[in-house]
Design a protein around this ligand. Structure first.
Ligand code: ADP
Length: 387
């Protein structure tokens, strides 16, 4: 069975075609600069390529993608399409076959994910038009977090308003947290349902999750992906009064404040250097004080969430790092774990420093297992589509 996984952004379309009999990727890539000029990059088995091709809109991007799949992944019917959808609102605790009603809900949940859901919905419409005879499945980033109890998801505003507008913590990166938690259970050779794990997805977007016995108990992102740990360009948790002050003093309108908090804050805003953690580390090493501050805030925020989840789960069995920074920055992991000796965390420095694959980086006598697991959200979406 061939499953095409799509992740549509406002000017990009990520794709990955899977053969699900053995869960291999046949071709993956990215159509980007849609509406600007257009470029498709692809890779498979160590081979890769770039094609400059006009992509005036998402329809053109999907047609170009399908022609590329035909040429490079062999002719073969696509049996189903799995779509990454950022926000599933209060209704979707799991993936859904996309009907008109589901699509209307995805449109409506743009209320909570204005930067993501409209692009996701557009990708679905375009793909349904191009592949009308196969099932299309929405896999929601929020679904895994539906198990968060009411006391952990309710904000301190009047309850009626929360109910009226669906204002609550939803959480994101669900496919990633679910995947790495399941892999961690395999690495420690214990059933997932017996484990308390803190999963740290640290990339451009960052979220930390308390996974208790296979279910999300709490997570650092909120109603939108803006809350929690500072990120590449997002501010993370703020005192809401800061927004009032900035609107007032800087004369910002709604659009400008949204742009400032989503695109100009976080590592980029603090350092003034970059949103890219590699550049932050390099600048900090070269003596740039604001880059060092940005790096230290990220590390501190991650530690703070780990500490709170250790507390709410009455201790943990495992701690897992994933995504671009979590998987690649041995230094960040070492710095976070250095402060967890009180929990009995012991890191094997060689295992932490060397290797790019999934592995345990804790010593055998460490009381808490520490793992690095490259995430695989697209495979999770393909699996959900088959299910
Ligand atoms: P996204 O959330 O867009 O999927 P990623 O998970 O790819 O992002 O993470 C991107 C981040 O990972 C960037 O900040 C990048 O600098 C960081 N990163 C990638 N490789 C390394 C590395 N070797 N060391 C430190 N940070 C890295």
């Amino acid at each position: 069975m061939r499953v095409l996984v799509l992740n549509a952004g406002s000017s990009s379309l990520k794709f990955n075609l899977f053969e699900m009999s053995d869960e291999t990727s046949l071709l993956e890539g990215l159509a980007e600069r849609i509406g600007v000029d257009g470029r498709i990059t692809w890779s498979h088995d160590g081979e890769s390529g770039v094609e400059e091709t006009p992509l005036p809109d998402h329809t053109a991007a999907l047609h170009a993608t399908m022609a590329l799949l035909d040429a490079r992944a062999g002719h073969g019917k696509i049996h189903a399409v799995g779509h990454r959808v950022v926000h599933g609102g209060p209704k979707y605790g799991e993936s859904a076959l996309i009907t008109d009603e589901v699509l209307a809900d995805i449109d409506a949940y743009a209320l909570y994910a204005p930067l993501h859901n409209p692009a996701n919905a557009l990708g679905i419409r375009v793909a349904k038009a191009a592949l009308p005879d196969v099932p299309h499945i929405a896999v929601f980033d929020t679904a895994f977090h539906h198990t968060i109890p009411e006391y952990a998801r309710t904000y301190g505003i009047p309850y009626e308003l929360s109910r009226k507008y669906g204002i609550r913590r939803y959480g994101f990166h669900g496919s990633s947290h679910a995947y790495v938690a399941a892999r961690t259970a395999i690495l420690v050779a214990r059933p997932l349902r017996s484990l308390k794990i803190v999963t740290c997805h640290i990339g451009n977007g960052t979220s930390v999750c308390a996974v208790r016995y296979g279910h999300s108990l709490d997570t650092s992102m909120g109603m939108t992906p803006l809350q929690g740990v500072i990120m590449g360009t997002r501010c993370g948790t703020l005192d809401p009064s800061i927004v009032d002050l900035l609107i007032d003093k800087e004369h910002l309108d709604y659009q400008a404040i949204t742009e400032l908090l989503n695109k100009k804050s976080g590592l980029l805003g603090i350092s003034g250097v970059s949103s890219d953690f590699r550049e932050i580390e390099a600048a900090a090493d070269a003596g740039n004080a604001r880059a060092a501050l940005a790096r230290d805030i990220l590390t501190y925020d991650v530690r703070k969430f780990i500490g709170s989840y250790v507390s709410v789960m009455d201790g943990i069995d495992a701690l897992t790092f994933t995504a671009g920074i979590g998987t690649n920055s041995a230094r960040l992991r070492a710095e976070v774990c250095r402060h967890l000796t009180y929990l009995g965390v012991k890191i094997d420095e060689r295992a932490n420093e060397f290797g790019s694959d999934e592995r345990l980086i804790s010593t055998e006598d460490s009381r808490v297992a520490v793992a690095v697991v490259p995430t695989h959200e697209e495979l999770m979406i393909a699996r959900e589509t088959v299910r």
